[in-house]
Write a protein that binds this ligand. Structure first.
Ligand code: NAD
Length: 348
């Protein structure tokens, strides 16, 4: 298939691009190259004949129309977004513009192209979203595809809005769409301001490791390459008009996750004192959801998808990757504002 992947220079998008090319798909990577992008993430496929890059903004309808006409994709995988919860609290406007308005323009461009092609039934608009649209869980229960939306942060509200737009374009105009809602991802090429890289990089620098509140918030972690695999599975086998939750069955309190990473570092890069001695609890942020947990029954039973690594295996691979790829993260830390955020940003 020829895939138009938006946000393919970001964390998850680049994993999708690398995997799709490896599986024999043609890929057009459409990315505006915001602060969160890094073309080094796709350097391994940059020269591949099945890969093309288009620098474009999803808020620019004309540019999108031209890209659809030029490349004639069989499917869109839409990952471009403003994605960092803490940034959405400080400045929600960009999240509305990209995640809501940008998704609207992309839907309109995809619809115009699809209708112009004679409405092919095999076309797919695959929207990649988050479990944060469901809000927060108490001590028990898990999110299913029927859980009502109740987003709590500007980020999750903007993603919820984009999910609704995609669904409506399917119902109203017949655009063949699928939506996936995934739990927290981790793995190689994760931008340095997110929780797991913050822990690894602060520990390596001998800096305090900030943890919000008492670290009791629970997240369900999925290795990014397993997410990319699940996305291709849904694209190829998922039913049109349906949504699929993707999760790794790896629920963990933040403090336990941080301790696990410290223990891996103690083993791989021993220091004078255990890295866990650097943990500091910092004041919690408003609207911090207590617990997320995904019920992956639908994707497992309908599509036969399962994650390939356990959290222990995935975390070890991730820590090793950061130890082996210092040049990658050092270059990003030097970007304006990113290094300074490391002291405070400790949310997934
Ligand atoms: P990311 O921030 O690493 O990457 C986003 C990419 O989108 C960047 O390359 C950026 O340049 C691009 N982009 C941003 N605004 C754009 C615009 N206006 N036009 C074109 N490109 C633009 O994000 P990520 O963590 O890889 O997340 C990818 C998608 O997956 C997002 O839609 C996010 O909501 C969703 N998601 C993320 C997680 C997670 O744990 N990271 C979990 C579930 C779902």
């Amino acid at each position: 298939m020829k895939l138009l992947v938006t946000g393919g220079a970001g964390f998850i998008g680049s994993a999708v691009v690398r995997l799709a090319v490896a599986r024999g798909h043609e890929v057009v990577n459409l990315d505006a190259l915001t602060y969160a992008a890094c073309l080094a993430n796709v350097a391994s496929v940059a020269e591949h004949p099945a890969y093309a890059f288009e620098q474009a903004d999803i808020r620019d309808f004309k540019a999108l129309e031209e890209i659809f006409a030029r490349h004639a994709p069989d499917a869109v995988m839409h990952l471009a977004a403003e994605s960092h919860v803490d940034r959405s609290i400080d400045g929600p406007g960009a999240f509305i513009e990209t995640n809501v308005t940008g998704t609207y323009h992309l839907l309109q461009a995809a619809r115009g192209y699809w209708e112009g092609q004679g409405r092919p039934g095999g076309f797919r608009f695959h929207h990649i979203s988050t479990d944060e649209v469901y809000g927060s869980l108490g001590e028990t229960g898990r999110f299913t595809e029927e859980t009502p939306y109740a987003p709590n942060s500007p980020y999750s509200a903007s993603k919820a809005a984009s999910d609704h737009l995609v669904r409506a374009w399917g119902e109203t105009y017949g655009l063949p769409q699928v939506i996936t809602n995934c739990s927290n991802n981790y793995g190689p090429y994760h931008f340095p301001e997110k929780l797991i890289p913050v822990v690894i990089l602060n520990a390596l620098a001998g800096k305090e490791i900030p943890v919000y509140g008492q670290g009791l918030n629970v997240r369900d972690w999925l290795y990014v390459e397993d997410h990319a695999d699940a996305l291709l599975c849904v694209l190829e086998k998922g039913r049109v008009g349906r949504s699929y939750n993707i999760g790794g069955d790896n629920e963990l309190r933040n403090i336990d996750l941080v301790r696990m990473i410290c223990a891996i570092l103690d083993r791989l890069r021993p220091a004078k004192r255990p890295y866990s001695s650097l943990i500091r609890f910092v004041e919690d942020r408003p609207g911090h959801d207590l617990r997320y947990a995904i019920d992956p029954t639908r994707i497992e039973t309908e599509l036969g998808w399962r994650p390939s690594v356990t959290l222990e295996q995935g975390l070890e691979k991730t820590v090793r990757w950061y130890l082996d790829n210092e040049a990658w993260w050092r270059a990003l830390l030097e970007r304006e504002g990113v290094g300074e955020r490391l002291g405070t940003a400790a949310r997934g």
